[in-house]
Design a binder for this molecule. Structure first.
Ligand code: ARG
Length: 244
Protein backbone atom coordinates (compact mmCIF):
# COMPACT_ATOMS: atom_id res chain seq x y z
CA UNK A 1 0.00 0.00 0.00
CA UNK A 2 3.00 2.28 0.33
CA UNK A 3 6.70 2.27 -0.37
CA UNK A 4 9.25 3.63 2.05
CA UNK A 5 12.21 1.57 0.92
CA UNK A 6 13.20 3.84 -1.94
CA UNK A 7 13.51 6.78 0.42
CA UNK A 8 16.00 5.11 2.72
CA UNK A 9 18.72 5.11 0.08
CA UNK A 10 19.47 8.80 0.69
CA UNK A 11 22.94 9.34 2.06
CA UNK A 12 23.40 10.84 5.50
CA UNK A 13 25.45 14.04 5.65
CA UNK A 14 29.03 13.20 6.56
CA UNK A 15 29.30 16.08 8.98
CA UNK A 16 26.35 16.89 11.13
CA UNK A 17 25.89 20.62 10.75
CA UNK A 18 22.32 21.17 11.86
CA UNK A 19 21.72 22.08 15.49
CA UNK A 20 18.48 23.74 16.49
CA UNK A 21 19.95 24.33 19.98
CA UNK A 22 17.11 22.88 21.93
CA UNK A 23 14.50 24.98 20.18
CA UNK A 24 10.89 24.12 21.04
CA UNK A 25 8.95 23.57 17.83
CA UNK A 26 5.22 24.18 17.93
CA UNK A 27 3.75 21.52 15.65
CA UNK A 28 0.23 21.60 14.24
CA UNK A 29 -1.43 18.24 13.58
CA UNK A 30 -4.97 16.99 13.01
CA UNK A 31 -4.86 14.03 15.38
CA UNK A 32 -7.83 12.17 13.92
CA UNK A 33 -5.78 10.12 11.51
CA UNK A 34 -4.64 6.66 12.59
CA UNK A 35 -1.91 5.53 12.61
CA UNK A 36 -0.24 8.84 11.68
CA UNK A 37 -1.61 10.90 14.58
CA UNK A 38 -4.35 10.21 17.09
CA UNK A 39 -5.08 11.16 20.68
CA UNK A 40 -4.35 8.27 23.03
CA UNK A 41 -7.58 8.02 25.01
CA UNK A 42 -5.96 6.86 28.22
CA UNK A 43 -3.18 9.48 28.40
CA UNK A 44 -4.58 12.33 26.30
CA UNK A 45 -1.24 12.40 24.45
CA UNK A 46 -0.91 12.73 20.68
CA UNK A 47 0.71 9.55 19.38
CA UNK A 48 1.49 7.93 16.04
CA UNK A 49 3.96 7.50 13.21
CA UNK A 50 4.31 11.24 12.54
CA UNK A 51 4.96 11.87 16.24
CA UNK A 52 7.65 9.18 16.32
CA UNK A 53 9.22 10.59 13.14
CA UNK A 54 9.38 14.12 14.59
CA UNK A 55 10.77 12.87 17.90
CA UNK A 56 13.47 10.92 16.06
CA UNK A 57 14.38 13.90 13.86
CA UNK A 58 14.53 16.22 16.88
CA UNK A 59 16.86 13.78 18.62
CA UNK A 60 19.24 14.20 15.70
CA UNK A 61 19.13 17.96 15.28
CA UNK A 62 18.41 19.01 18.86
CA UNK A 63 14.85 20.30 18.98
CA UNK A 64 11.88 19.72 21.26
CA UNK A 65 8.57 18.90 19.56
CA UNK A 66 5.43 20.41 21.07
CA UNK A 67 2.39 18.91 19.34
CA UNK A 68 -0.85 20.87 19.14
CA UNK A 69 -4.04 19.12 18.03
CA UNK A 70 -5.85 21.27 15.49
CA UNK A 71 -8.58 20.85 12.89
CA UNK A 72 -7.45 20.09 9.33
CA UNK A 73 -9.63 22.92 8.07
CA UNK A 74 -7.46 25.99 8.62
CA UNK A 75 -4.28 24.09 9.55
CA UNK A 76 -2.29 25.63 6.67
CA UNK A 77 -3.66 29.12 7.27
CA UNK A 78 -2.58 28.81 10.91
CA UNK A 79 0.90 27.72 9.81
CA UNK A 80 1.18 30.66 7.43
CA UNK A 81 0.11 33.04 10.18
CA UNK A 82 2.93 31.76 12.36
CA UNK A 83 0.74 29.89 14.83
CA UNK A 84 2.89 26.78 14.28
CA UNK A 85 6.55 26.31 13.41
CA UNK A 86 5.62 23.36 11.25
CA UNK A 87 2.81 20.97 10.39
CA UNK A 88 3.17 17.21 10.26
CA UNK A 89 -0.16 15.55 9.62
CA UNK A 90 0.17 13.00 6.85
CA UNK A 91 0.37 15.93 4.44
CA UNK A 92 0.82 15.17 0.75
CA UNK A 93 3.32 17.28 -1.14
CA UNK A 94 1.39 18.90 -4.00
CA UNK A 95 2.23 21.67 -6.48
CA UNK A 96 -0.69 23.79 -5.17
CA UNK A 97 0.52 23.57 -1.56
CA UNK A 98 4.10 24.25 -2.66
CA UNK A 99 2.95 27.56 -4.11
CA UNK A 100 2.72 29.15 -0.67
CA UNK A 101 4.46 26.77 1.74
CA UNK A 102 7.75 24.86 1.88
CA UNK A 103 8.03 21.09 2.31
CA UNK A 104 10.74 18.85 3.68
CA UNK A 105 11.97 16.02 1.54
CA UNK A 106 9.32 13.26 1.41
CA UNK A 107 9.44 10.99 4.48
CA UNK A 108 7.15 8.28 3.11
CA UNK A 109 5.20 7.60 -0.07
CA UNK A 110 1.62 6.40 0.28
CA UNK A 111 -0.76 5.12 -2.32
CA UNK A 112 -4.41 5.94 -1.84
CA UNK A 113 -6.95 3.19 -1.28
CA UNK A 114 -10.70 2.78 -0.84
CA UNK A 115 -12.18 1.18 2.26
CA UNK A 116 -15.45 -0.67 1.73
CA UNK A 117 -17.81 -2.57 3.96
CA UNK A 118 -16.78 -6.23 4.03
CA UNK A 119 -20.22 -7.15 2.66
CA UNK A 120 -19.62 -4.95 -0.42
CA UNK A 121 -15.93 -5.70 -0.77
CA UNK A 122 -16.25 -6.41 -4.51
CA UNK A 123 -17.48 -2.88 -5.37
CA UNK A 124 -15.60 -1.12 -8.17
CA UNK A 125 -15.09 2.49 -9.20
CA UNK A 126 -17.74 1.93 -11.87
CA UNK A 127 -20.31 1.15 -9.16
CA UNK A 128 -19.63 4.57 -7.63
CA UNK A 129 -19.63 6.29 -11.01
CA UNK A 130 -23.02 4.79 -11.84
CA UNK A 131 -24.62 6.90 -9.08
CA UNK A 132 -26.56 6.12 -5.93
CA UNK A 133 -23.42 5.07 -3.99
CA UNK A 134 -21.28 7.61 -2.16
CA UNK A 135 -17.53 7.75 -1.83
CA UNK A 136 -16.42 9.71 1.26
CA UNK A 137 -13.23 11.61 2.10
CA UNK A 138 -11.98 14.38 4.36
CA UNK A 139 -12.61 17.88 2.99
CA UNK A 140 -9.54 19.63 1.59
CA UNK A 141 -7.42 16.54 1.14
CA UNK A 142 -5.78 15.00 -1.90
CA UNK A 143 -8.11 12.09 -1.24
CA UNK A 144 -11.16 14.32 -1.73
CA UNK A 145 -9.60 15.66 -4.91
CA UNK A 146 -8.95 12.17 -6.29
CA UNK A 147 -12.44 11.02 -5.30
CA UNK A 148 -13.99 13.72 -7.45
CA UNK A 149 -11.70 12.86 -10.36
CA UNK A 150 -12.45 9.14 -10.10
CA UNK A 151 -16.22 9.02 -9.57
CA UNK A 152 -17.49 12.56 -10.14
CA UNK A 153 -18.28 15.28 -7.62
CA UNK A 154 -21.96 14.28 -7.38
CA UNK A 155 -20.99 10.86 -6.02
CA UNK A 156 -18.63 12.19 -3.32
CA UNK A 157 -19.53 13.02 0.31
CA UNK A 158 -17.08 15.17 2.26
CA UNK A 159 -16.49 15.15 6.04
CA UNK A 160 -14.46 17.38 8.38
CA UNK A 161 -12.23 14.46 9.35
CA UNK A 162 -11.72 10.82 8.52
CA UNK A 163 -13.23 9.66 11.82
CA UNK A 164 -16.57 11.06 10.65
CA UNK A 165 -16.13 9.54 7.18
CA UNK A 166 -15.42 6.11 8.68
CA UNK A 167 -18.44 6.40 10.95
CA UNK A 168 -20.57 7.22 7.89
CA UNK A 169 -19.25 4.08 6.18
CA UNK A 170 -20.09 1.98 9.23
CA UNK A 171 -23.58 3.47 9.25
CA UNK A 172 -23.91 2.87 5.48
CA UNK A 173 -24.49 6.59 4.86
CA UNK A 174 -21.68 6.15 2.35
CA UNK A 175 -20.39 3.02 0.61
CA UNK A 176 -16.65 3.79 0.51
CA UNK A 177 -13.93 5.96 2.05
CA UNK A 178 -10.92 7.02 0.00
CA UNK A 179 -7.88 7.55 2.20
CA UNK A 180 -4.08 7.16 2.22
CA UNK A 181 -3.20 3.44 2.19
CA UNK A 182 -1.21 3.85 5.39
CA UNK A 183 -4.44 4.74 7.19
CA UNK A 184 -6.65 2.36 5.19
CA UNK A 185 -4.70 -0.59 6.58
CA UNK A 186 -4.96 0.78 10.12
CA UNK A 187 -8.74 1.10 9.86
CA UNK A 188 -8.99 -2.34 8.26
CA UNK A 189 -7.22 -3.77 11.30
CA UNK A 190 -9.25 -1.76 13.80
CA UNK A 191 -12.54 -2.80 12.21
CA UNK A 192 -11.59 -6.30 11.02
CA UNK A 193 -14.60 -8.23 9.75
CA UNK A 194 -16.50 -4.99 9.17
CA UNK A 195 -14.35 -2.83 6.86
CA UNK A 196 -11.81 -3.91 4.25
CA UNK A 197 -9.46 -2.27 1.78
CA UNK A 198 -11.30 -3.01 -1.44
CA UNK A 199 -9.85 -0.80 -4.17
CA UNK A 200 -6.10 -0.18 -4.46
CA UNK A 201 -3.60 0.82 -7.12
CA UNK A 202 -4.68 4.48 -7.01
CA UNK A 203 -2.53 7.61 -7.08
CA UNK A 204 0.58 7.71 -4.89
CA UNK A 205 1.39 10.76 -2.76
CA UNK A 206 4.72 11.68 -1.17
CA UNK A 207 4.19 12.98 2.38
CA UNK A 208 6.23 15.89 3.74
CA UNK A 209 6.65 18.15 6.75
CA UNK A 210 5.31 21.64 6.05
CA UNK A 211 6.87 25.04 6.86
CA UNK A 212 6.14 28.66 6.23
CA UNK A 213 7.56 29.76 2.91
CA UNK A 214 11.21 30.73 3.28
CA UNK A 215 11.69 29.23 6.75
CA UNK A 216 15.27 27.91 6.94
CA UNK A 217 14.24 25.45 9.69
CA UNK A 218 13.40 23.06 6.87
CA UNK A 219 17.12 22.59 6.16
CA UNK A 220 17.86 21.33 9.65
CA UNK A 221 14.80 19.07 9.61
CA UNK A 222 15.90 17.65 6.25
CA UNK A 223 19.28 16.81 7.76
CA UNK A 224 17.63 15.06 10.66
CA UNK A 225 15.36 13.20 8.25
CA UNK A 226 18.31 12.04 6.14
CA UNK A 227 20.03 10.86 9.31
CA UNK A 228 17.08 8.75 10.51
CA UNK A 229 16.72 7.29 7.02
CA UNK A 230 20.42 6.38 6.93
CA UNK A 231 20.70 4.82 10.38
CA UNK A 232 17.68 2.50 10.13
CA UNK A 233 15.38 4.46 12.47
CA UNK A 234 12.88 5.15 9.69
CA UNK A 235 12.76 1.50 8.62
CA UNK A 236 12.17 0.50 12.22
CA UNK A 237 9.28 2.97 12.53
CA UNK A 238 7.71 1.75 9.29
CA UNK A 239 8.00 -1.81 10.60
CA UNK A 240 6.49 -0.75 13.95
CA UNK A 241 3.36 0.64 12.27
CA UNK A 242 2.95 -1.54 9.18
CA UNK A 243 4.96 -4.61 9.99
CA UNK A 244 7.00 -4.74 6.81
N1 ARG B 1 -2.52 12.98 2.58
C1 ARG B 1 -3.78 13.66 2.48
C2 ARG B 1 -3.56 15.12 2.17
O1 ARG B 1 -2.52 15.64 2.45
C3 ARG B 1 -4.63 13.50 3.72
C4 ARG B 1 -4.00 13.98 4.98
C5 ARG B 1 -4.99 14.02 6.14
N2 ARG B 1 -4.33 14.21 7.38
C6 ARG B 1 -4.97 14.27 8.55
N3 ARG B 1 -4.25 14.37 9.64
N4 ARG B 1 -6.27 14.28 8.60
O2 ARG B 1 -4.41 15.81 1.67
Amino acid sequence: LFAAAALTALAAPAVFAADLEGRVLKIGTDATYPPMETVDESTGQIVGFDVDVMNAICEKVNCVPNFVNTAWDGIFAALQQGEFDLVISGVSITPEREENMDFSEPYIIVSQAILLQVDNADMTLDDFKAGGQKLAAQTGTTNAQLAEELVGRENVSLYDNFSAAILALQNADVQGVIIDGTSASAYEQEFAGELAVGITGLQSDPLGIVFQEGDATVDAINEGLAAIQADGTMDALVAKYWGT
